[in-house]
Design a protein around this ligand. Structure first.
Ligand code: THU
Length: 132
């Protein structure tokens, strides 16, 4: 799948965003290692704090259907600037695939590509934990 195809899926997913508070619709398209794509949009809440970002929606859909390895994610918002993932979403993506690619797309369709490790250097991970 090309970057552009993945981006188009993210744009389509943003149309389902539930954003009565921010009016900032975000769409995500998460390409898994088996080639399938999990979509997500942001789902806001009157508490504001219970809001879920588009990226985490896509991750939870993928993991809950048995997919834990990701190649790329495209993130789209109708914004004049590139929509980069928030810190919480970076950490959640890194739990599963720290070497994945992140495509950040702005309203005119232009995009920038990052490695997740660039966006989350010196990340915390399970290697610090000792459960034995
Ligand atoms: N949001 C996302 O869904 N993903 C991002 O990468 C940035 C922020 C959402 C959360 C909230 O619904 C709205 O955008 C404004 O912060």
């Amino acid at each position: 799948m090309t970057d552009r195809e993945l981006i188009n899926i993210a744009i389509e997913a943003s149309k389902n965003a539930y954003v009565p508070y921010s009016r900032f619709a975000v769409g995500a398209a998460l390409e898994c290692s088996d080639g399938t794509v999990s979509t997500g949009c942001n789902v806001e809440n009157a508490t504001l704090g219970c809001t879920i970002c588009a990226e985490r929606t896509a991750v939870c859909k993928a993991v809950s259907t048995g997919r834990r390895k990701f190649r790329r994610i495209a993130i789209y918002a109708e914004s004049s600037d590139y929509c980069t993932p928030c810190g919480m979403c970076r950490q959640v993506l890194a739990e599963f695939s720290p070497d994945m690619e992140v495509l950040c797309v702005r309203a005119d369709g232009r995009y920038v590509s990052y490695k997740l490790r660039q966006l989350l250097p010196a990340m915390f991970s399970s290697k610090f934990l000792d459960y034995e």
